[in-house]
Design a protein. Structure first.
Length: 290
């Protein structure tokens, strides 16, 4: 619960505010970019109060998505419209779960609705309203964990839906020893006709991305759009394992077709075509080698 007494001085006057518990994960800025902004102190703040119903709903979505409950309202507003908005459809049968977890530093997770069983990519916070809505959408058959950092409430969600968790063996830790399927090696692994797991060592030794329908690539922390320029980048600052390996992994993605990049952290990105995405990837590889 955000505390009025800890309200950051940068917040503009009005009902929405950010308090001093903000960890600067940027989730609110992606959800409601006209309201939340980065501050010089390394946090978010309310730069402009919502002025329309749409902005108010987006701000309430940020409030419920915030991993540290650092966003509040005074007087208290009903957050139900923000709760009901998740999972939020991004495109076709791909949803963003919102409800991020502090243990994964506010990483995004995604639900893919499929006739053969839904896939959850990385773990959201196991908040009951979200789990109930995921149940309405058909539950979860597989939980694909892109890497060791964004596993959050994987155990609680596995208990709830009985799903099989998938994680590369190189990223298994004591907390994920019980995952039902451990990927091995560096070759792509077909999980179903429309699902391909592609190991991408670099950010961590066991990082893997998930390609869905040769259209959507769930990239964990391997590749994301920057908040600054909206373009795709890889981050050397958060490369925990091997930058040369991450470059090689990025080059290998040129062998695959996709138009969307859906990351754990940072912004989503959609290229106008597969060819345009390959041009973007070549630029990223060149930037990584520079
Ligand atoms: S979502 Fe919460 S923790 Fe993340 S930047 Fe916004 S206020 Fe801070």
């Amino acid at each position: 619960m955000a505390r009025t007494a800890a309200r950051l001085p940068e917040n503009v006057p009005g009902p929405f505010f950010v308090d001093d518990s903000c960890i600067d994960c940027a989730a609110c800025r992606h959800l409601a970019p006209t309201v939340f902004a980065p501050s010089a102190r390394g946090s978010s703040y309310v730069a402009r109060q919502p002025a329309s119903d749409e902005e108010r709903t987006r701000s309430l979505m940020a409030l419920v998505a915030c991993p540290t409950s650092s966003i509040g309202t005074e007087p208290k507003l009903d957050a139900a419209p923000g709760v009901r908005a998740f999972p939020e459809r991004i495109a076709e049968s791909v949803f963003s779960c919102g409800f991020t977890a502090e243990s994964s530093f506010g990483a995004w997770s995604y639900l893919v609705e499929r006739p053969d069983g839904n896939v959850l990519v990385d773990s959201p916070r196991a908040a009951e309203p979200l789990l109930a809505r995921m149940g309405d959408l058909g539950g979860v058959r597989w939980m694909f964990l892109t890497h060791r950092d964004d596993v959050a409430d994987h155990a609680a969600i596995q208990r709830r839906f009985g799903c099989k968790r998938i994680l590369h063996e190189r990223d298994v830790t004591s907390g994920t020893r019980a995952v039902e399927r451990k990927l091995t090696g560096d070759e792509p692994i077909a999980l179903a006709d429309d699902l391909l797991a592609i190991p991408v060592p670099g950010h961590t030794a066991g990082s893997a991305v998930l390609l869905y329908k040769e259209t959507f690539l769930f990239t964990g922390d391997h590749l994301m759009a920057s908040e600054d320029d909206g373009l795709l980048h890889a981050s050397r600052g958060v490369c925990w394992y091997s930058w040369p390996d991450q470059i090689r992994s990025m080059e290998r993605l040129l062998d695959f077709r996709f138009e969307w990049v859906l990351p754990g952290h940072g912004g989503r990105y959609r290229a106008p075509s597969v060819a345009a995405m390959k041009d973007d990837l070549r630029r990223v590889v060149a930037e990584m080698k520079a």
